[in-house]
Design a protein around this ligand. Structure first.
Ligand code: FMN
Length: 173
C-alpha cells in the first residue's frame, strides 16, 4: 500500500454528491469523529458540536434543509452536522469551517467522497432559515448555530482532479 500525502489528497479533492448504497463502516466513522475533534480552534475553545447521522430517515429529513444544494444528502451514508454554541466563541464560524474541511479531507484519505452543504445564511423556505429548520429537526437550543452539514459516502461518480494549469495563479498577488 502506498502512503497518500496531504498534497495527493488536495490534488484529487472534488465535491462528490452521488454515493454508493454501501454503508460506511463504524470504524471509518470513528476515524472521522477523531479527525473532527483534532481540528484546531481559536484559543483552543473548541466551541463546535458534531452530529454524526447515519439514520436514513433523518438524513432524508435534513436533505430538505434547502430548496437547492442539499437534496443529495438523502443518498449519503453519513451526514455530519457541524454546529457550535455561539456564546462560547466569537469565531465559531471559522472554527466550524475548519472542522468541516478537516473531516472532508480525512474522508478522502479513507476513500470517501463528500460535499459541504451550507446551512448558515441560507433559507429553507421564504420565511424559515435553513438553520432554524435544522435546529427544529435536531431539537437544538437557539444558541446553537449551524454552519454546515457534510455529506459522506463511497463515491458513485467520477470527478476529475483540476489540472494544475487551470489553477488561478493570478489570484496569488
Ligand atoms: C463554504 C462552502 C459552501 C458550499 N455549499 C454547498 C452547498 O450548499 N451545496 C452544494 O451542493 N455544494 C456546496 N459546496 C461545494 C461547492 O459548490 C464546491 O466546492 C465548488 O463548486 C467547487 O467544486 P469542487 O469542490 O468539486 O472543487 C460548498 C462549498 C463550500 C466551500
Amino acid at each position: 500500500m502506498t502512503m497518500e500525502t496531504l498534497l495527493d489528497i488536495l490534488r484529487k479533492r472534488r465535491s462528490i454528491r452521488r454515493y454508493k448504497e454501501s454503508a460506511i463502516e463504524e470504524e471509518v466513522v470513528d476515524i472521522l469523529k477523531e479527525a473532527a475533534l483534532r481540528s484546531p480552534s481559536s484559543r483552543g475553545i473548541n466551541p463546535w458540536r458534531f452530529f454524526f447521522i447515519t439514520d436514513k430517515s433523518l438524513l432524508e429529513e435534513l436533505s430538505m434543509a434547502k430548496e437547492q444544494g442539499s437534496s443529495f444528502l438523502r443518498g449519503a451514508g453519513l451526514g455530519v452536522v457541524v454546529c457550535a454554541d455561539e456564546k462560547e466563541s466569537d469565531v465559531w464560524i471559522e472554527d466550524c469551517s475548519i472542522a468541516s474541511i478537516i473531516i472532508q479531507l480525512a474522508g478522502i484519505s479513507l476513500g470517501l467522497g463528500s460535499c459541504w452543504i451550507q446551512i448558515r445564511n441560507r433559507m429553507h423556505r421564504d420565511s424559515l432559515s435553513s438553520e432554524d429548520f435544522v435546529r427544529s429537526v435536531l431539537h437544538l437550543h437557539e444558541k446553537m448555530r449551524v454552519e454546515s452539514i457534510i455529506s459522506f459516502g463511497y463515491p458513485d461518480e467520477d470527478a476529475s482532479p483540476i489540472p494544475a494549469d487551470q489553477l488561478e495563479y493570478g489570484k496569488i498577488l
